[in-house]
Design a protein around this ligand. Structure first.
Ligand code: IFM
Length: 772
């Protein structure tokens, strides 16, 4: 989008209607609690379908009944969809009676800028009205990272060629609705149009509020706003047809600036009881107005200073990647729910594709970024999973299983996937969550988390595996898990999916080791948990046996078959079916499932996650086998291929996949950024840089690095947190420098060589272009 590749800003200098939908996604703002697409404050008056204006509250949803003409036992019954809530950012400037919009009069210059350093969105327009009045308009929007319920919009108009009467019409529009579901299952939300109705409103001297209620989920939302202007202005407020409107009018001399600042707040009945919402909103607005915009802007910068201090990655010699990776990290920060009850939706808070649902995307793809930069945020993702544990137990019981089965997609806990072959059958989500917990404990040393929440999840998921798998005589008595779908959604309902079996083995092993640790070191806590979930020592012995005897698909050639039947299927190379991509929009699933054809990495993802168990040559063999048959129709694909291409010694390929991943939304690589960001991919992009190029891994014995530079890069510098320490790795074409930024001395590995890092003592190694 920005050909100048400003490393801290995404800048659009040429307003192009055809890509406005994509731009609205890119220019979205959010703070994990609420998000607004980058739509214009005054509305959009261009061609229909070129704008989708939306505001979301993370996890604020309505429900709908899922109907199946041919029903079945255990099918998901109720869908949930994140709602497009009232639009409170509206400010319409009117110049001498003429409404400003980008499609009337003449736009002499235009810029829309996302500032990732200061955390705001800005639009600067030099506009000439149809009557010849020339004005400079500057609109800034900010959603506060520190005050989760606060957003601010300021609009300044400066008359350039005469005195003018300027009016600001500020609105809260309560008549918003969701996008319609289309044939493309990645687009809509499952709900169509409006599902919220106004149950109250109020007008204050300087603003007002609207309260709405959802139709089926019984949730309430209250949205309020107050204004201040820098000139004495005539003010009027009214309410009509679900819209709250305030008008501010003043006569402004040529060269003077008339500014309105609108403070916005939202509270829902997920935050407090319904009766308290108005009081909370009033208090929040009063505080914001007392503090003022300058203070809120300063806080925003301070918050981001801290975030970037911990997270920033610097790349020299590649401006596109530099800008792209910052955009990915910033977007993830904008998307993560901060209360442990909400998570990161597949599209963040930038679109309602996939219904605003949370998937394994958070646990496997996004979690590492937070874990190794801001571990407290990573813990929120785990807390979210703990909060869903009861629902997961219920789901396992409903399906006749023991333990807990997490939903493939959900907002508050129930399974919302209406297509079980690529939904419920992706049981691997249970092991994915365990994997995240294990990584968290390894990286932070926070074993208390196991006592508080983690062990319960790990035991219940181990129980689940035990109840769906079995020791099968025809497979030499090995523990098999049949009829599952692995991560690759172009192969479904298979026996012994390699990813699932390897990860279930890890789940069992970790459950056993945590159980033993609790028994030995924390007997009291173990007893409490044992009583709570009625665990028996026999069960633990069985988990150990299942882990030990797990059937791990293998082939003499060194290829790990994706599942029992995979190698018997006809192989279809992607370069022969290029015109049919994405396949899910061109073929019936049956005609996809019957081939050796993958949507996304499955075996390769497993080899990456469990990379300490695989050698470079095994990875290369499997990479060579799976790469030609993978369509990358899932945005979760390129980042992992980048890492595995690097592991296989294909640096140029690794770079191409990395670029695809890092710039997926900025360059609209898949043509669907209009529907929202690809949040999982953004976490993958972080991994592709740090774990791909940087060769960063955390194993039982500590932190490992194997850095390389791609293409024309002259420098790559990144930081990771590990056990209350911050480690910086700074790579250029001559040296690799390791610095312990804070914390106690620590041993790390540079290409398997042990280095003892101490405070204020950099360790410098010679840079080598190591291929495998
Ligand atoms: O979770 C993913 C899945 O792996 C591929 N389809 C899209 C989902 C949501 O991002």
């Amino acid at each position: 989008m920005d050909i100048t590749y400003d490393s801290w800003k995404i800048r659009e200098t040429n307003y192009e209607v055809w890509r406005n939908l994509q731009a609205e996604t890119i220019f979205s703002l959010g703070n994990g609690y609420m998000g607004m697409r980058g739509s214009f404050e005054e509305g959009y008056f261009g061609p229909p379908d070129n704008s989708f204006n939306a505001t979301y509250i993370n996890g604020f949803y309505d429900e709908y009944k899922i109907s199946y003409p041919e029903d079945g036992y255990g099918f998901a019954r109720r869908g949930q969809a994140m709602l497009n809530v009232p639009d409170a950012k509206i400010i319409e400037p009117v110049i001498n009676g003429c409404e400003f919009n980008m499609f009337s009069g003449r736009v002499h210059s235009y810029q829309r800028i996302l500032d990732m350093r200061n955390g705001f969105l800005e639009r600067k327009v030099l506009w000439e009205s149809p009557n010849g009045d020339m004005v400079e308009i500057d609109i800034k929007r900010l959603i506060s990272f520190k005050r989760h319920h606060v957003a601010v919009v300021s609009c300044t108009v400066k008359p350039l060629n005469g005195d003018m009467e300027i009016e600001f019409i500020s609105k809260i529009d309560g008549a918003m609705g969701n996008t319609e579901v289309s044939d493309d299952m990645r687009v809509g939300s499952g709900l169509k149009g409006r599902t919220m109705s106004t149950v109250g409103h109020g007008i204050w001297k300087d603003g007002g509020w609207i309260e709405q209620k959802t139709t089926n989920s019984g949730l309430y939302l209250l949205c309020g706003a107050k204004h201040e202007t820098n000139f004495e202005a005539d003010m009027e407020g009214c309410f009509y047809l679900d819209v709250l409107e305030h008008r501010f009018t003043a006569k402004i001399k040529k060269g003077e600036e008339f500014t309105i600042v609108k403070y916005i707040t939202c509270y829902t009945s997920m935050d407090a009881t319904e009766e308290n919402l108005k009081g909370l909103a009033e208090k929040e607005l009063k505080q914001s107005m007392e503090d003022g915009l300058a203070v809120i802007e300063k806080e925003q910068r301070q918050f981001l200073d801290e975030f970037w201090k911990r997270s920033d990655i610097m790349i020299e010699g590649d401006d596109a990647i530099q800008q792209g990776i910052r955009f990915c990290m910033f977007s993830l920060l904008q998307s993560l729910g901060r209360d442990g009850k909400t998570n990161i939706a597949a599209k963040g808070l930038t679109g309602e594709g996939y219904g605003g649902h949370y998937f394994w995307d958070s646990d496997i793809y996004i979690f590492p970024f937070f874990l190794y930069t801001n571990p407290d945020y990573a813990k929120l993702i785990l807390k979210f999973r703990y909060n869903l544990l009861d629902a997961a137990r219920e789901r396992a019981t409903e399906l006749g299983h023991k333990g807990a089965l997490y939903p493939w997609r959900t907002i508050t806990g129930p399974e919302c996937s209406a297509y079980f072959p690529a939904g419920t059958a992706q049981y691997h989500i249970d092991a994915d969550i365990t994997y995240a917990i294990k990584s968290y404990v390894m990286a932070t040393g926070d074993r208390q988390f196991l006592i508080d929440m983690g062990a319960e999840i790990i035991f219940e998921t181990a129980r689940f595996w035990m109840s769906i798998g079995d020791f099968i005589p025809a497979k030499g008595g090995k523990f098999c898990i049949n009829c599952v779908t692995g991560p690759d959604e172009y192969t479904a309902l298979v026996d012994n999916n390699a990813y699932t079996n390897y990860m279930a083995k890890m789940n069992f092993e970790y459950a056993v080791s945590v159980a033993k640790w609790l028994m030995e070191e924390k007997p009291e806590e173990y007893r409490t948990l044992k009583e709570k979930i009625r665990i028996s020592e026999d069960e633990i012995i069985l988990w150990e046996k299942a882990a030990c005897d797990m059937y791990l698909p293998n082939d003499e050639s060194g290829i790990i078959p994706q599942d029992d039947g995979f190698l018997y299927k006809k192989r279809v190379e992607v370069n022969k079916i290029k015109d049919e991509l994405p396949l899910l929009l061109h073929r019936h699933y049956l005609d996809i499932y019957r081939y050796q054809l993958c949507k996304q990495p499955d075996v390769l993802l497993m080899m990456f996650l469990l990379s300490e168990y695989f050698k470079g040559e095994d990875i290369k063999k499997n990479y060579d086998f799976y790469a030609p048959i993978t369509t990358h129709d899932s945005s979760l694909s390129p980042s992992i291929f980048s890492i595995m291409a690097r592991e296989s010694g294909y640096f140029d390929e690794a770079y191409d996949f990395l670029k695809n991943s890092v710039r997926m939304d900025l360059d609209d690589v898949n043509g669907n950024t209009k529907d929202g960001i690809h949040a999982a991919n953004m976490g993958g992009a972080w991994m592709a840089l740090t774990m791909g190029a940087g060769g960063f891994r955390v194993y039982e014995d500590g932190v490992h690095f194997k850095p390389v530079l791609y293409k024309d890069w002259s420098r790559l510098c990144f930081k990771v947190r590990y056990r209350e320490r911050s480690i910086m790795v700074d790579i250029n074409r001559n040296i690799v420098k390791y610095t312990l930024i804070d914390g106690n001395p620590l041993t790390v590995y540079h290409y398997d060589e042990k280095l003892l890092l101490k405070p204020a003592e950099d360790i410098v190694k010679e840079y080598k272009d190591v291929k495998v």
